[in-house]
Design a protein around this ligand. Structure first.
Ligand SMILES: [Zn+2]
Ligand SMILES: [Zn+2]
Length: 161
């Protein structure tokens, strides 16, 4: 049978985005859904097959709690206590839906706080990729190191500049 197709290479080389940049850009897109203007943080959980299993951003908990952008921030000791962080929202979603996080990676727009770092270690995550080195906690780094969890900065800013 005669072929109905021919292979033709296009003149321009195809510039393909790396997985790391692709997921980090998606983390920034997730951050654009944040309801707390004090920090727009986004996170994407990716399994070993490069499939997204959860997305999260920082915002109020539950379906009935008003958001910071509606009623203002619940301030205590200089921090907004109303929201749950993006990373914990990913973990909570996986718990709710029965999605395994063991061996997965997380892409976060900001370096995780100590509390989220502990929860990520316990979730079975093996790699953390972050963009902004925001308030990097040396104890969080220490915990990641002893537990053999990769922690790599993927700076989109540097890439643009
Ligand atoms: Zn807030
Ligand atoms: Zn956190």
């Amino acid at each position: 049978m005669e072929k109905s197709y021919t292979y033709v290479k296009s003149g321009e080389p195809n510039i393909r985005k790396s997985w790391d940049h692709y997921f980090m850009e998606l983390a920034h897109l997730a951050a654009s859904r944040s309801t707390c203007s004090r920090a727009h943080v986004g996170a994407i959980v990716v399994n070993r097959e490069h499939r997204i299993v959860a997305t999260g951003y920082n915002g109020s908990v539950g379906k009935k709690t008003p958001h910071c952008d509606e009623i203002g921030h619940a301030m205590r000791d200089g921090h907004c206590i109303a929201t749950q962080h993006a990373e914990l929202n990913c973990i909570s979603y996986c718990a709710k839906e029965g999605i395994a996080m063991g061996g997965a990676s997380i892409y976060v727009t900001h370096f995780p706080c100590l509390h989220c770092t502990k929860a990520l270690i316990q979730s079975g995550i093996t790699s953390i990729y972050y963009d902004e080195a925001y308030r990097v906690d040396d104890f969080a780094l220490h915990l990641l190191e002893i537990n053999g969890i990769e922690c790599i900065q993927i700076s989109l800013e540097e890439r643009r500049g």
